[in-house]
Write a protein that binds this ligand. Sequence first.
Ligand code: AMP
Length: 113
Amino acid sequence: MANDCLFCKIIAGTIPCNKVYEDDEVLAFRDIAPQAPTHVLVIPKKHITGPAAVTEEDDSLMGRLLRAARQVADREGLSDYRLVCNNGAGVGQSVFHLHLHILGGRPMGWPPG
Ligand code: AMP
């Protein structure tokens, strides 16, 4: 838990969220500013600042995160969806607690902007 981290506060319940999935290691909730009909954030409860901060110790947790994302996508009725994980402010990371964006429910171009 990092005291100054928005997502740690959501995990702790001091900031509300629209929760769609939770287990002992992972939480998923709807993005406050959705960029697609389905836009859910999947986060580890462990405070990791971003994908570049993942260590060998997190190998199993990263698997849990991906499997949780799939469960959320299934529940949302999505067979096609995009997972986005920004690393660094230069590509748009604004919250420095690792998160996967699940985006789906509309056509998407490639490459992303
Ligand atoms: P990123 O820009 O990749 O760091 O993604 C951070 C995401 O968190 C953005 O899509 C924001 O809309 C979202 N966000 C920020 N504050 C909240 C909040 N309180 N509840 C849900 N999503 C949030």
